[in-house]
Design a protein around this ligand. Structure first.
Ligand code: ADP
Length: 623
C-alpha cells in the first residue's frame, strides 16, 4: 500500500515535475546560507566593500560642490583654504579608488576557490543519487545539463543582490536626499527615468527562460557529436567507414540549431535594451533641463549646479547599473539558477535505511516496468523468487527484457507497479548506494578506465586492498597475467596510450571487467553477457569459473548462448517482457516451449557452422 503510494507520487513527480522559475527570494534562501557557510569571512568583506563605493560616490559630489564654492570664494576674497581642503579629500579618494579594485580581486580569487568547488560538489553529489533511470530519459538529461549551466551563475547571486543594498540603494538614497534639499523636482525625475527599465527587466527574464528551454537539448547533441569526432575510441571507425564528414556535418548542424534561437533572442534582447536606453536617455536629458531651469530661476547656486551637473553622469550610470544591469542579470540568470537549485533540491524517491540488506532471498512480486518515453512495457507481471545462494540464468531473445530484469533485481531501477523485495522489504526502502553494498556486477557495457591495471580492478571496492599474490591469483582466474609482456609494468601498467601507457585488446578489457566484478566484496553477483568479446573456449572456462566462484553466493547470469546456462541451478525464460518459463535445464529442455525452441535453434546453428568449440558447451553435446 505504502509503496504503491510512493510509486504513484514518484511517477507524478516524473511526469509533472515543477518547471517554473523560482522567485529571487527562494533562490536567495537556498544560495546565501551555502555561500556564507563555505567562506564566511571573505563573503562578509566582499559584501561590505560596495558600501565604501556608495559613500565615495556620494562624497565626491559634495567635494565637487565644495571645490567650486572654494574657487568662487578664492575669486571673491583670495582665501584658498576651501580649495585646498577639497583637493586633499579628492586626492585621498582617488588613491583609495585605485587600491580598492586590487584588494577586491584578491578577495574574489579566494572566494571562487572556496565557494565554486562547494557548488560543484553539491551538483555531483546529486548526480550520484539521481535515479539511474533518469539517464535513459532525454528530458531528465536535459534538466541535468541545464542545472550545470546554472551553477556558474549561482554563487554570484549574493553579490548581485547585496550590491543593490550596499551600493546602489544607499547611493540612490544619499543623492535623493541631497537633491531634495537642493530642489525637490530633481528627485522625481530620477524615479521617472527608470520605470521603463523596471518593466524591461521582466521581459528580459522571459527572453532568457525561453532561450534556455530551446537550446538545452541541442547542447547535449552538440557535445555528443563533438565526442564522436574527437573521441579516441571512435576515430578508427569514423575514418574507415568514411562517416567523419557526416558526423562533422551533424555537429555543425546542431551548432546552427543552437545559434538560431540564440541569435533570435539576442536580437530581441538588443531591441529591448535599445528601447530602454532611449527612455533612460530621455529622462537623463529631462534631468539636465530641470537643472538649467533651477539655475536660471535661482533655485540652486552655481556650485550646486556644477556639482550635480558633473555627477549626474555618474549617478545615471549607477542607477542604470542597478536596474538595467544588476537587476537585469539577476532576472536573466534566474532561469539557469532555478534549474540548478531545483535539481540539487529534487527529493529522493528512496528510503533512508542505513543497514544494507544481509544475504537473502530476492522476490519479484507482479513487477511491471516501462521506460520513460516508450509506449510498450519492457517487463510485465513478473513474479518469482531468487533464493539465497542460488545461481539463476536468464535467457531470452534480444529485447525480451533480460537486462531490464537485472536492473530491477539489483535495485538500479524501481518498478512502476509491483515490488522487488529483499528478505521481504521493498528495494525502495534503501538508498541505492546502501542497497548495492553487497552487490557486484559485470555489465555488457563496462568502463575502460584510463588507469593502471591494479586500479582498474580495485576501483570496484576502493576501500579494500589486496596483496600482489592474491591479485595475481584473481587475474589468472579471469584469464589474465600481469607478468606477461603486454603489461610491461605488471600491476602498475597504465592502460591508456594517452597517458603514456599501453593499449590492450577488447578481450583483455573484458577479462579486466570480470576481475573487477569479482574483486568487490559481494553476496549477490550479476553477469550481463560479460563474454561477448571473448572466444568460445575462453568463455566456457570463464562460465565454469563463474559457477565455481558463485557457489557460496547468489548469482545471476544473463546470456543468449545456451551452452553455458546448464551450469545454473535454474533458468528463467523471458519472451516479449513476460516470464514464460522457469526451471532447471533438464525440466525445460524436455518441455515444449520457448526454452526448447531456443535450444533447438542454437543446436542447429552450431551444426550449420560446424562449431568445434568446447564439447560441453554446445547445446547438442549437452543433450
Ligand atoms: P534484452 O536485454 O533481453 O535484450 P532489454 O531489457 O535490453 O532486453 O530491453 C527490453 C525492452 O526495453 C526492449 O523493447 C528495448 O527496446 C526496451 N528498452 C531497453 N532499454 C531502453 C531504454 N533505455 N529506453 C527505452 N526502451 C528501452
Amino acid at each position: 500500500m505504502k509503496n504503491d503510494k510512493k510509486q504513484k507520487q514518484r511517477k507524478n513527480k516524473e511526469e509533472h515535475g515543477e518547471k517554473r522559475n523560482l522567485s529571487t527570494f527562494a533562490l536567495c534562501r537556498f544560495i546565501f546560507p551555502r555561500v556564507f557557510r563555505r567562506a564566511p569571512v571573505i563573503t562578509t568583506i566582499i559584501l561590505l566593500v560596495p558600501i565604501y563605493y556608495s559613500l565615495t560616490s556620494g562624497f565626491s559630489t559634495i567635494i565637487t560642490e565644495k571645490l567650486v564654492a572654494g574657487a568662487e570664494r578664492f575669486a571673491a576674497d583670495g582665501v584658498l583654504t576651501g580649495v585646498l581642503v577639497a583637493l586633499a579629500w579628492s586626492f585621498g579618494l582617488a588613491v583609495l579608488s585605485r587600491l580598492m579594485p586590487v584588494f577586491q580581486n584578491i578577495l574574489w580569487l579566494r572566494f571562487n576557490h572556496k565557494v565554486e568547488v562547494g557548488f560543484f560538489r553539491d551538483a555531483y553529489e546529486k548526480i550520484a543519487v539521481t535515479e539511474p533511470i533518469s539517464f535513459t530519459n532525454t528530458e531528465s538529461l536535459d534538466e541535468m545539463n541545464k542545472a550545470l549551466q546554472g551553477l556558474y551563475n549561482v554563487y554570484s547571486l549574493p553579490f548581485q543582490i547585496s550590491e543593490l543594498f550596499t551600493y546602489s540603494i544607499p547611493y540612490f538614497i544619499f543623492m535623493s536626499i541631497y537633491l531634495w534639499f537642493m530642489y525637490p523636482p530633481l528627485v522625481l525625475s530620477l524615479f521617472l527615468v527608470f520605470i521603463p527599465a523596471l518593466f524591461g527587466n521582466l521581459l528580459k527574464r522571459k527572453i532568457a527562460t525561453d532561450l534556455e528551454e530551446q537550446i538545452a537539448p541541442f547542447r547535449r547533441s552538440f557535445g555528443y557529436y563533438e565526442s564522436t569526432i574527437v573521441g579516441r575510441d571512435l576515430y578508427k571507425e569514423n575514418r574507415i567507414l568514411g562517416n567523419y564528414r557526416l558526423l562533422r556535418g551533424r555537429h555543425l548542424m546542431t551548432l546552427r540549431k543552437m545559434q538560431g534561437p540564440q541569435k533570435k533572442e539576442y536580437m530581441k534582447g538588443k531591441r529591448l535594451n535599445l528601447t530602454l536606453d532611449i527612455c533612460s536617455y530621455g529622462g537623463y536629458t529631462a534631468v539636465l533641463l530641470l537643472l538649467f531651469y533651477a539655475l536660471l530661476w535661482g533655485h540652486i547656486s552655481v556650485a550646486q549646479f556644477s556639482a550635480v551637473f558633473l555627477s549626474i553622469g555618474n549617478l545615471y550610470g549607477a542607477m542604470n547599473d542597478m536596474i538595467s544591469i544588476r537587476l537585469g542579470d539577476i532576472a536573466s540568470d534566474n532561469a539557469t539558477m532555478s534549474n540548478y537549485v531545483r535539481f540539487v533540491q529534487t527529493p529522493s524517491v528512496r528510503g533512508n535505511e542505513t543497514t544494507p540488506p544481509a544475504p537473502t532471498d530476492i522476490t519479484f512480486d507482479n513487477v511491471s516496468f516501462q521506460y520513460p518515453q516508450t509506449e510498450v512495457p519492457a517487463l510485465q507481471h513478473i513474479s518469482f523468487t531468487l533464493k539465497k545462494g542460488e545461481t539463476l540464468a536468464i535467457v531470452g531473445e534480444n529485447g525480451a527484457g533480460k537486462s531490464t530484469l537485472i536492473r530491477l533485481l539489483s535495485g538500479l531501477y524501481l518498478p512502476q507497479s509491483g515490488d522487488v523485495t529483499y528478505g521481504g522489504r521493498s528495494s525502495v526502502e534503501w538508498p541505492l548506494s546502501v542497497l548495492t553494498r553487497g552487490t557486484s556486477a559485470v555489465f555488457q557495457q563496462y568502463q575502460k578506465y584510463q588507469m593502471t591495471l591494479r586500479e582498474n580492478v580495485e576501483i570496484s571496492d576502493w576501500d579494500k586492498s589486496m596483496s600482489d599474490e592474491s591479485m595475481h591469483e584473481l587475474l589468472v582466474q579471469c584469464g589474465l597475467n600481469e607478468n606477461n609482456a603486454e603489461f610491461p609494468n605488471g600491476l602498475e601498467t597504465m592502460l591508456s596510450r594517452e597517458f603514456d601507457g599501453v593499449d590492450v585488446s577488447g578481450g583483455q578489457w573484458q577479462r579486466i571487467a570480470i576481475a573487477r566484478g569479482y574483486y568487490r566484496d559481494h553476496w549477490l553477483i550479476i553477469m550481463d553477457e560479460p563474454t561477448a568479446a571473448i572466444d568460445p573456449f575462453e568463455e566456457s572456462r570463464i562460465y565454469h569459473m563463474f559457477a565455481d566462484l558463485a557457489k557460496e553466493k547468489t548469482a545471476v547470469l544473463v546470456t543468449h548462448r545456451l551452452g553455458s546456462v546448464r551450469l545454473a541451478d535454474r533458468i528463467l525464460v523471458l519472451k516479449n517482457g513476460e516470464l514464460v518459463q522457469i526451471g532447471t535445464h533438464d525440466e525445460l529442455v524436455n518441455t515444449p516451449g520457448e526454452y526448447q525452441r531456443l535450444w533447438k535453434a542454437q543446436s542447429q546453428w552450431y551444426e550449420e557452422n560446424e562449431e568445434t568449440t568446447d564439447e560441453a558447451e554446445t547445446p547438442e553435446d549437452a543433450q
